[in-house]
Design a protein around this ligand. Structure first.
Ligand SMILES: [Zn+2]
Length: 192
């Protein structure tokens, strides 16, 4: 913790870099990814402050749209699309994902009921080789499920239909730094 505090103490020593951020934000991309500490969207993309709107959840799960029950995830997505007018949404899964691995293996999660119940949103359960530590196949199919889930959000579906919003599925390898993108015409994740 202490190194993080030390960095935070000195972070604001170049105020001229940040002054323009007081005027507002206009990020073009909503980046949805896992809470995993090995995934750092700004490092992967080179984004500067103000360039990426982020939603991070355990297992980069997009919960089903349910207008009768507010969720932080739905509020974040709706704000990004309707208020900020982002032009693209990236759902980025990653190798060695603990959440997706637990789903693929069917782990008993009764000791962590909040995790268990959150992961229950991830239907259909991603398939893949349970012995693969990268859970690549499971994560990639899981990303596609979350992209479909996004289309259940009325604001997303409307903007996609209008050609104002693009949806992208990414797969990030935490052990190499490589990023693959889902290509609809081949239905495969290929190098960016
Ligand atoms: Zn993860």
């Amino acid at each position: 913790m202490q190194p993080l505090i030390d960095n935070a103490r000195t972070f604001g020593q170049r105020p001229e870099e940040f002054a323009r951020l007081a005027e507002g934000q206009s990020p073009e991309v909503l980046f949805i990814t896992c809470s995993d500490s090995r995934v750092v969207p700004a490092l992967i993309t080179g984004a500067r402050p103000g360039e990426l709107f982020e939603l991070r959840t355990a297992g980069n799960i997009v919960p089903p749209y349910a207008s009768e029950r507010p969720t932080g995830e739905a509020a974040t997505i709706e704000y990004a699309v309707e208020v900020l007018g982002v032009r693209d949404i990236v759902v980025c899964g990653h190798s060695h994902c603990g959440a997706v691995g637990a789903l693929v293996r069917g782990d008993d999660l009764d000791a962590v009921p909040a995790v268990r119940d959150w992961l229950a949103h991830a239907t259909p359960r991603p398939a893949g080789a349970a012995e693969d530590p990268e859970v690549a196949e499971g994560v990639q199919s899981h990303v596609l499920t979350q992209l479909l889930r996004l289309r259940s959000y009325p604001c997303v579906e409307r903007r996609v239909a209008q050609g104002l919003l693009g949806l992208h599925g990414w797969y990030y390898e935490v052990h190499t730094g490589a990023v693959r993108s889902h290509r609809p015409h081949t239905d495969a994740f290929e190098a960016l």
